[in-house]
Design a protein around this ligand. Structure first.
Ligand code: PEP
Ligand code: MG
Length: 578
């Protein structure tokens, strides 16, 4: 048997070695059936929906305990599907036409999913798997079948074409070494949940996944997005050492996570957390975050029928400031629009939502909504320093307009006798290439930059971040992206402005010498990544990092940059290819 290497998308870091477990749950399919009388079938439907709701609530609680509130919200969305009036109406209609409850449910749901698949919205399309999960749950109750759970007698690598969020949450964590799936991208629920559980994962393996057979020993490299079946002795030894080294580092990182992150020559970097809900503050603190470097305020604006009021927002922002004090919170104004719809705005469908009216473009178009958020923020910061960050900036005029707006709001609040923030720092996300190229001018009119490498990567490489097909192209180590980062940092520093980074690149230990060497001042990332990042910072001197950055900037391809960085971090991942 010879070694086989298959490539996918690195979705959750870590290395695992173990036998394959093929997870192929059987799907329930019902034949078209006539029902009993209408009242009986409607009652059966009602009972099945109630039972499914109950299960989903339990799952949400389990997910909340195992992975955290943000991930548990996946299941709240599942519960919402069950209440969709249009869907329920269709099922009831079919039952009224003498269909049995199970086949009526199946048909209506299939129709619903088909409709969703025609919508040109990657985010909604990625949720089809969640819908199927919910549909199956109800069907199980209607047909009286028990839920299939994963019975694992030993630690295994779970290999599946796709994995529903509920299957992942129900997995016995101590027996799961890694996840490998044919489908899924970096933003899929498998990726999100695997990262939250701390389980290595490689997704998007496509049909190559079929070479992985039950019981076969595989290495899963969640750092590189690589799966090696039947590894030869050399790979085995290498990965065993690598896994041991990572474990050792993880232990060290955990022990020192509350300590500052300083380079060997004594330059210390604030490492803060990216969060999307106030409930995540506790986890951020537990992982050693020194404040919140990115609060994605979208959570207050999505999945509801009315915009949040000024008072509702003020209370939430104030509570956050107090919870994190004396460390700062960077409040990013809502980045909605495009693929994150807000029902009360009745936004038109866009052919290219990522190139559409999102972030600050939407805020400036729906001015009262942004004004209300700014009023709430300025009031919440009463007596303190406030940091406000604007997403999706692509022009100087936008920044001028935003600054004017903030001043107007400040003036208005003063006139109304409201207490407000003592000092307001205004920052912009550098996530559109135009902003990086214009950084010199923009740095004159803002207090700080935050490098949003997730969007900057997709825009500079013209590779949709939610599209699995373009995932291999959207590599943040691409030299074109690095050059833009360099432009932005140098421009900011020429004007004595601070540069933060809040894109996912900040949480890649491999990228750290590069980022430090480019001159980043502060880092912010998912809470779980903080201990590892702090530990990586401690391995370098600033001078070494600067040399690495200089050299990396001369390279021509992302692969060259990665392989160069691997060779400079001999302890970590030397000689690993991407
Ligand atoms: C980014 O684009 O890098 C970023 C941090 O913002 P978000 O991921 O919320 O778009
Ligand atoms: Mg962004």
């Amino acid at each position: 048997m010879s070694e086989k290497r298959i490539r996918g998308i690195a979705a959750s870091p870590g290395i695992a070695l173990g036998p394959v477990y093929r997870y192929e749950p059987s799907l329930i399919k019902v034949e078209e059936e006539g029902g009993q009388d209408e009242a009986t079938e409607l009652a059966r439907l009602e009972a099945a929906l109630a039972a499914a709701r109950q299960e989903i609530r339990l799952l949400a609680e389990e997910a909340g305990r195992a992975v955290g509130p943000k991930e548990a919200a996946i299941f709240s969305a599942h519960e919402l599907f069950l209440q969709d009036p249009e869907l329920l109406q269709q099922v009831q209609e079919r039952i009224r036409h003498q269909q049995g409850a199970a086949s009526a449910w199946q048909a209506a749901f299939q129709h619903y999913i088909q409709q969703l698949q025609t919508v040109q919205n990657e985010y909604l399309q990625a949720r089809v798997l969640d819908l199927e999960d919910v549909a199956q749950r109800v069907l199980r109750h209607l047909t009286g079948q028990a839920e299939e759970s994963l019975q694992l007698s030993e630690p295994v690598v779970i290999v599946a074409r796709e994995l529903t969020p509920s299957a992942i949450v129900r997995c016995p964590r101590e027996r799961v070494l890694a996840f490998c799936t044919a489908q899924g991208g970096p933003t899929s629920h498998v990726a999100i949940l695997a990262r939250a559980l701390g389980v290595p994962a490689v997704v998007g393996l496509g049909d190559n996944l079929e070479v992985l057979r039950p019981g076969q020993v595989v290495i899963v490299d969640g750092e590189q997005g690589l799966v090696i079946a039947e590894p030869e002795a050399e790979a085995l030894v290498h990965y065993q050492q690598q896994a041991q080294w990572l474990q050792h580092q993880a232990r060290l990182a955990a022990e020192t996570r509350q300590q500052p992150a300083c380079t060997r020559d004594g330059r210390c970097y604030p490492v803060r957390a990216n969060i999307q809900a106030p409930e995540e503050v506790a986890a951020a603190r537990a992982f050693g975050a020194e404040g919140i470097g990115l609060l994605r305020t979208e959570f207050l604006f999505l999945d509801r029928q009315q915009a949040p009021s000024e008072e509702e927002q003020r209370e939430i922002y104030r509570a956050l400031i107090e919870a994190v004090h004396p460390a700062p919170v960077v409040f990013r104004t809502f980045d909605i629009g495009g693929d994150k719809p807000a029902p009360y705005l009745s936004l038109p469908r866009e052919a290219n939502p990522f190139l559409g009216v999102r972030g600050i473009r939407l805020g400036l178009k729906h001015r009262p909504l942004l004004r209300t958020q700014l009023r709430a923020l300025l009031r919440a910061g009463a007596g303190q320093e406030l940091r406000v960050l604007f997403p999706m900036v692509s022009s100087y005029e936008e920044v001028e307009t935003l600054r004017r707006l903030v001043h107007e709001v400040e003036e208005e609040l003063r006139q109304q006798g409201q207490a407000l923030a003592e000092r307001v720092e205004l920052g912009i996300m550098i996530e559109v290439p135009a902003a990086a190229l214009l950084a010199d001018a923009l740095a004159e009119v803002v207090d700080f930059f935050s490098l949003g490498t997730n969007d900057l990567t997709q825009y500079v490489l013209a590779a949709d971040r939610t599209n699995e097909g373009t995932a291999p192209l959207a590599d943040p180590f691409h030299p074109a992206l690095l050059r833009l980062l360099q432009l932005a940092v140098e421009a900011a520093h020429r004007h004595q402005r601070r540069v933060e980074i809040c894109g996912e690149l900040a949480s890649e230990p491999l990228a750290l010498p590069l980022l430090l060497g480019l001159g980043i001042d502060e880092l912010s990332m998912a809470p779980r990544a903080i201990p590892r990042c702090k530990q990586a910072i401690r391995r370098w001197t600033l001078q070494e990092a600067q040399q690495v950055a200089q050299q990396a900037l001369r390279l021509r391809t992302a692969a060259e940059v990665r392989s160069y960085l691997h060779t400079c971090s001999p302890d970590e991942t030397s000689s690993l290819e991407r």
